[in-house]
Design a protein around this ligand. Structure first.
Ligand code: ATP
Length: 200
């Protein structure tokens, strides 16, 4: 089982609750704004703590009544909605941040088609380029799974298609389980191995 989640959390007025069991491939969390999709990713990553339930990924318990693995030991590759590249580092330094082997950096850069961007500053990248670099940086932290928060939001159709292609390549080449959030139904249909709908 790639993802085995049973989580409940009160956030202000919102009661976030989700149960899901999903196998390999891309699991898409789909639902309207404010329903708690980002909060679910944050609970899987260990950035916020569920009130109750469990989080298991690849058979490893990351959270339950007895266990709460700290965020830095969860081995999550988290790509935030706003990419969050280090603005004072060129693309190459962003990718080398986790000290991955140079051959790995080159392989990932090839996979994501970002090698030609190594000397650029993050502020000079298009949204789609920045997103692909952010995915690369996450992969180079040697994660056991990938969390993608609305990876194509705010991109035009052509840029979104490039990012979607990169995600599919990551799925096919690396075989990492991916938990991805979107509010775009068509994108969910294109990418998902499994769609999980969150409703209010
Ligand atoms: N710390 C907090 N205190 C109070 N309310 C919160 C807190 N964090 C999140 N919320 C609320 O919880 C709800 C879920 O937020 P979340 O960002 O997870 O939703 P989402 O489905 O990812 O939405 P979007 O698609 O707009 O990003 C929202 O209504 C948000 O305002």
């Amino acid at each position: 089982m790639a993802f085995d989640l049973d989580i409940a959390k009160r956030l202000g007025e919102t009661e976030v609750a989700l149960r899901l069991e999903a196998g390999e491939g891309i699991t898409v969390l789909f639902g309207p704004s404010g329903v708690g999709k980002t909060s679910v990713l944050n609970m899987v990553a260990g950035l916020i703590r569920p009130d109750r339930g469990h989080v298991r990924v690849g058979g490893t318990t990351l959270f339950d009544g007895a266990t709460d693995v700290p965020v830095e030991r969860r081995r999550a590759g988290y790509v935030f909605q706003d990419s969050r590249l280090f603005p004072h580092m060129r693309v190459a330094a962003n990718l080398h941040y986790a000290n991955a082997r140079a051959t790995m950096v080159d392989a990932i850069a090839h996979l994501l088609d970002i090698a030609q961007l190594f000397d650029r500053w993050p502020r000079t990248l298009s949204g789609g380029e920045a997103k692909r670099v952010a995915i690369g940086r996450a992969l180079l932290s040697d994660p056991k799974f990938l969390l993608l928060d609305e990876p194509t939001a705010s991109l035009d159709r052509a840029r979104a298609a490039e990012v979607e292609r990169a995600i599919v390549d990551v799925r096919d080449e690396l075989g990492l389980p991916i938990l991805m959030v979107t509010h775009d139904r068509a994108e969910a249909d294109r990418l998902a191995t499994r769609i999980v709908e969150m409703a209010r």
